[in-house]
Design a protein around this ligand. Sequence first.
Ligand SMILES: Cc1cc2nc3c(=O)[nH]c(=O)nc-3n(C[C@H](O)[C@H](O)[C@H](O)COP(=O)(O)O)c2cc1C
Length: 353
Amino acid sequence: MGDIRSRKADHLELAATADVGFRRKTNLFECVELIHNALPELDFDSLDTSVTVLGKRLRAPLCIAGMTGGTERAANINAELSALAEECGYAFGLGSQRAMMKKTELAKTFQVRAGAPNTLILGNIGAVQARDCGTPELEELVGQIGADALCVHLNPAMELVQSDGDRDFRGIEETFRRLTNELSVPVVAKETGCGLSRSVAQRLVASGVRHVDVSGAGGTSWVAVETHRAEPGRRPLGERFWDWGVPTAASVAVTAKHFRTVFATGGMSDGLEAAKAIALGATVVGMARPVLIAFEEGGRSGARTFFQQVELELKMAMLLVGAANLSQLMSAPRVMSDPLRQWLSAQGIRGDA
Ligand SMILES: Cc1cc2nc3c(=O)[nH]c(=O)nc-3n(C[C@H](O)[C@H](O)[C@H](O)COP(=O)(O)O)c2cc1C
């Protein structure tokens, strides 16, 4: 148990300070251009950025993606960022709740509901842990923090780099089938920086999943984080797979039609990228490390300033494509170029749609 807590402490420290970004691969949003509309006939101050996600109304389509819990530092980050989510009308994700499964006194580091009574709060657990425990235990995990939904995260790449990570990833589709049937809250299938392909999306749909967070490649590399932590003998493996994964733009474009909710997470750091993600079919845009860095530099107000800029850019993009609201933004005309088009055509999707 001490191991999980120290791993989570390392994760925060490395994500905040170390070189853990993808090296050569991007999220490919630079391959998407929205077509300018010189006659928008819109009032900037009347643009509507609100959206309903998993039964809750968000003022803007933004989510602070799941990061942490289990330590005092994590508790403070969760309290501050969830309060910001409440103030701004964003969704808020917690980090893996594995630590509180065995040590119930750690539950308080995840309990943000009192300070964020109206916020869409997402619980979080690894798919392998979810497979290995009963639904009542997971129901308890959700209940203890008053979560609106449970993210079940997929992270085989980072586990394989850890010397003591999981190696057996069988039975996960069946786990999704069980949880989508039995759990009282919606289940979100969430990657952690390597993205979801079209065929995985189809298998998730067949397992009853209606909501995903693609968490694609191009932002934080979790292989990189574990490479920093790995013993010297395992580092070459991490170096080799540092940039592994489906770029976020490709992942959103190939999964969007399959699900009711698509969180576009993975290297999202500005409002223009957010607008492009929504134009490709995302419902909400998630951000993890950029928010952590803004918070580490300037506390809650630093994170608030970061998001104000994101919202301004999102609204500017909306006006400049003539979209009064997010459903109009979803049908904004766009141009896609290679290599994004290649990622789409390799998965049987036409890149000019
Ligand atoms: C410090 C930190 C801890 C994270 N811990 C978790 C976690 O416990 N569970 C999870 O599903 N994702 C976790 N993530 C992954 C993020 O939710 C996200 O999917 C990924 O970092 C890509 O987004 P980004 O490029 O905006 O960082 C974590 C991210 C960060 C930065």
